[in-house]
Design a protein. Structure first.
Length: 257
């Protein structure tokens, strides 16, 4: 089985992302063309506290929306889904002191792999390995910040109709890699997110096992559109390309600290 994601499916992916962020949030604040998604339980997590511009937001107003929504936080963070809107936002956001970066949206357009052999797990099984992995990615994070980055996975259960976690294990029974799978089988869309390999087990095939498992399970659930996000300036997106993913769009990120 193969699937392709034509350009006209990108708005469906945008809607999935917008819905996921809204559903995951503890509270929201509406703005014209944008929404602030907030969760005080994970105040150190930008993934749980940001402004998401999902429509034709006024580029000159976005910085103000972000300041208003996140006035209680030590950072400001915003996503813009539409590439044309994002391009118009760059100059005014940079004038307001925001840094701009890009996240790629990559759709799986290759053949569906065989099941990778990873198994579904509860978050309790991942809590320890996830906590141990975070200092590698955020070496300056405080214990409280790491706690929020770990525990925020609990909120992800609210984000989609189906949320599953998969892990691959070493022969000794240690967690070697994990991945999230968020699905809306009714619309046939699935997102693969937060694929991480334990540093001691890099380049041993465990990332491929969890990715293949997630892709296989998404296809089995009827999700013909399977996508993930990857930082434009980091190497993993080239590995995803080798695994059958194609860049179909991008999301702008704006941050000020």
């Amino acid at each position: 089985m193969t699937s392709t994601t034509p350009a006209d499916e990108l708005p469906r992916i945008h809607r999935f992302l917008s819905d996921f962020h809204r559903r995951q949030a503890a509270r929201t604040v509406e703005f014209p063309g944008a929404v602030a998604v907030l969760d005080d339980a994970y105040r150190h997590s930008r993934g749980n506290n940001h402004v998401l511009a999902y429509g034709a937001v006024d580029p000159e107003a976005l910085a103000g929306y972000t300041d208003e929504a996140q006035s209680h936080l030590p950072y400001r963070f915003a996503y813009v889904l539409d590439e044309a809107v994002a391009a118009a936002c760059v100059a005014p956001m940079e004038r307001a002191g925001f840094r701009h970066a890009t996240t790629l949206i990559m759709a799986h357009t290759g053949p569906v792999p065989e099941h990778g052999g990873a198994r579904e797990v509860d978050f309790d099984e991942l809590r320890g390995p996830v906590a141990e992995s975070w200092p590698r990615f955020a070496p300056r994070a405080t214990p409280e910040q790491i706690e929020h980055l770990v525990e925020r996975r609990v909120a992800r259960r609210r984000g989609a109709d189906v949320v599953r976690f998969f892990a691959a294990y070493t022969p000794e029974g240690e967690v070697a890699a994990w991945v999230d799978l968020y699905m809306d089988p009714a619309t046939g869309i699935a997102q693969i997110e937060d694929l991480v390999t334990v540093e001691a087990h890099l380049k041993q095939g465990y990332a491929g096992k969890v990715l293949d498992t997630a892709l296989h399970e998404a296809a089995a659930a009827g999700c013909g559109t399977r996508f993930l996000t990857a930082f434009a300036g980091d190497w993993p997106h080239t590995w995803y390309e080798r695994k059958g993913f194609t860049v179909v769009g991008s999301v702008a990120r704006f941050e000020r600290v």
